[in-house]
Ligand binder design. Structure first.
Ligand code: GP9
Ligand code: MN
Length: 634
């Protein structure tokens, strides 16, 4: 009787609905996904559907009922395994699997035997949908027959599936703009795309970089190496080793642009503490220092600091190339006996940091779980800067010394929300709410940094440390040009926009007495060689593109990730060449030699990253391992 009443493709519907519901239940029972509003809940609910419609929909192409049913059951088993493996992985790492992780066996050494103990009998629940299918097929005898679907019906079916996918992507785009290009947080991807689409997306990203890697054989390094060697800057004898043996603290100041330094807003000083450092005898302040980040924002700046290579143009290198071989600053300092770590009170998978930090040889990542985070001490993106920096000093007090701690602040991040008690100055009065609030959060960050210095002193960490601080990237985008024009009292031309990419850079060396304001044009690429030389580390063999800012060989030249550049005399932005002394547009031929060098240098950096070329480079000897590569390829 059953046989007659059930339409022929009921089994398809059962497969889709059962897997869909199960996935949704698993979201709530097995992962800790932070859902903030109804829209996010709705996206979460519909996100498995598009993939399930596609994958199970392929069963419409089968001609025999048996083969079709087998396809559906096997697909259901595979999807259940994929989801279940993620669940088990999540129990350990509170993260979702990426394809490279599956091939990095050292990740699983942690899992070891305890993996077994975390697999429970009740986990059978994760296969409920498979069980339902089998019951439907075997006992209820559903899906015994098949009738061929008309091509038009099939087409309509896949159009529907595509429509669901676009609805899903559209809603996600509204909820989380630039999800696929910018916000590379796996949790966010899974929350918006669902686990199955997420794995497809990951597969796409990984196979793209894998293909480029496979094409490289190391011979590309000859030219790159020549370039790097011929552009090397000799360390300044007075500065080399000046801070040898001291702890190194590097602070990424979120979204901090240089225009606020030594400036005021309607009579209010914006950064009193940082301003005092610009006049301090122990501090170098670089006033013509540029960020060089692309889509990866904070993480791109981290990449520049660690590697002195440019981030990528098309995506966040932290996400696309965490499987590469790198010779990071952390690695150099590990070799020198430093305890290297990063402190940042956010989800560890944000920007794929947990994976990338392994590739960068960072020994420990103090993520959000290392901090005491409550509603009271949080705002916007999470833990406020003052408690973050304060708790970090407590952590530092227990670290083996010397240590290298890289810290990432968070409060001065779009949308620049701030509790009333933290608003030390009023908002600005332009038509841009963003800019108006920006001054207040910058003022707050400045105060946090001041108390951080005090905390270091109180814990006895100050005297034997050096503190390096850089703005990571712009905070005010070109969408706010009108408001910026009002504030700065001048029109924001492409020339001005380029100059607004300046971020403050400070090197504070307690008791050194050598500090001053430096005006040479420089960029984030120069941070690493400068620091390493201060700490007395030889970098003659390093594959780095920046130059020591204290070296007489350092050139006034900063390259933007978008192909623009600045020198002491020229600015190249928006395909036009400007005179840097007055901002007037001049003939492109003036810029051409630097345009060529910019293209060349960005090209070399991209080649190193895309080809994973550092695997062919022996840092200890400076030898190129090209013969070995030839063998590998055979
Ligand atoms: C998040 C923080 C902010 O952890 O780094 O990232 P951003 O959006 O500035 O790149
Ligand atoms: Mn940032």
């Amino acid at each position: 009787m059953m046989k007659k009443n059930w339409p022929t493709h009921s089994i398809l519907v059962i497969a889709i609905v059962a897997t869909w519901i199960k996935t949704y239940v698993v979201y709530h029972t097995s992962f800790d996904l932070k859902i903030e509003n109804i829209m996010q809940q709705f996206i979460l609910f519909i996100n498995p559907l598009s993939f399930l419609l596609f994958i199970f929909g392929l069963s419409l192409f089968f001609k025999g009922a048996k083969a079709r049913n087998r396809y559906i059951v096997i697909t259901s088993i595979i999807l259940s395994i994929v989801l279940y493996v993620n669940v088990v992985f999540y129990r350990f790492f509170t993260d979702f699997i990426t394809i490279p992780v599956l091939f990095q066996t050292n990740n699983f050494s942690d899992l070891g035997n305890s993996a077994k103990s975390s697999i429970n009998f009740t986990d059978i629940f994760y296969f409920t949908d498979v069980a339902i299918l089998i019951i439907a097929l075997k006992w209820l005898k559903i899906g015994q027959k098949i009738s061929l679907v008309k091509p038009a019906v099939r087409r309509a079916y896949f159009v529907l599936a595509a429509a669901v996918l676009f609805l899903n992507l559209g809603l996600s785009e509204i909820e989380r703009p630039q999800l696929l290009t910018r916000s590379f947080d796996r949790e966010m991807l899974v929350k918006n795309l669902g686990p199955y689409n997420y794995h497809l997306y990951d597969l796409y990203i990984q196979s793209k970089s894998h293909a480029q890697r496979a094409l490289a054989d190391g011979s590309e390094l000859v030219e790159v190496n020549n370039y790097v060697r011929s552009n090397q800057a000799e360390p300044n004898a007075k500065m080399f080793g000046l801070a040898d043996g001291r702890n190194l603290i590097v602070i990424s100041m979120e979204s901090l642009q240089n225009f606020v330094i030594n400036n005021d807003m309607n009579g209010h000083e914006i950064t009193p503490f940082l301003n005092s450092l610009t006049k301090d005898k122990d501090t170098f302040y670089f006033s013509n220092f540029y960020h060089e980040t692309g889509l990866g924002k904070t993480s791109d700046a981290e990449f520049l600091v660690e590697n002195s290579l440019y981030p990528l143009g098309g995506g966040a290198v932290f996400f696309t190339h965490s499987g590469n071989k790198f010779h990071s600053m952390a690695e150099s300092l590990n070799d020198k006996g430093y305890f290297t770590n990063v402190m940042h009170p956010n989800n560890k998978s944000f920007w794929n940091r947990d994976m990338m930090y392994q590739a960068l040889s960072v020994q420990k990542f103090y993520d959000v779980n290392s901090y005491d985070v409550t509603d009271d001490n949080s705002v916007g993106w999470g833990l406020k800067d003052t408690p973050f920096l304060n708790q970090s000093v407590d952590l530092m007090a227990d670290l083996p010394q010397p240590f290298y701690s890289r810290m990432l602040t968070l409060t001065n991040h779009y949308p620049f929300d701030l509790d009333e008690e933290d608003q030390f100055i009023p908002p600005y009065d332009s038509n841009s709410k963003t800019l108006n609030k920006y001054f207040q959060t910058v003022r707050y960050m400045d105060e946090s940094l001041k108390s951080f210095f005090d905390d270091l002193k109180a814990k006895g960490l100050y005297d034997n440390s050096i503190i390096v601080m850089y703005g990571d990237h712009y905070g005010i985008s070109e969408n706010h040009n009108a408001a910026m024009a009002q504030y700065l009292g001048k029109e924001i031309t492409p020339y001005e926009s380029a100059k607004l990419q300046r971020v403050p850079f400070f090197i504070h060396i307690p008791h050194s007495g050598v500090g001053k304001v430096e005006t040479e044009v420089a960029g984030q690429i120069d941070i690493r060689p400068t620091i390493l030389h201060l700490l007395g580390v030889d970098t003659t063999k390093d594959m780095q593109l920046g130059a020591d800012l204290f070296s007489k060989d350092h050139e006034d030249f900063a390259i933007f990730r978008n192909g623009g550049f600045v020198t002491d005399k020229l600015v190249y932005a928006g395909n036009a060449c400007y005179d840097n002394s007055n901002g007037s547009e001049i003939g492109i031929e003036n810029c051409q030699p630097y345009i060529d060098r910019t293209t060349q240098e960005l090209g070399y950096s991209d080649q190193i990253i895309n080809g994973d070329l550092l695997r062919f480079y022996d840092l200890k000897t400076g030898n190129l391992l090209i013969e070995q590569a030839e063998k590998e390829n055979k």
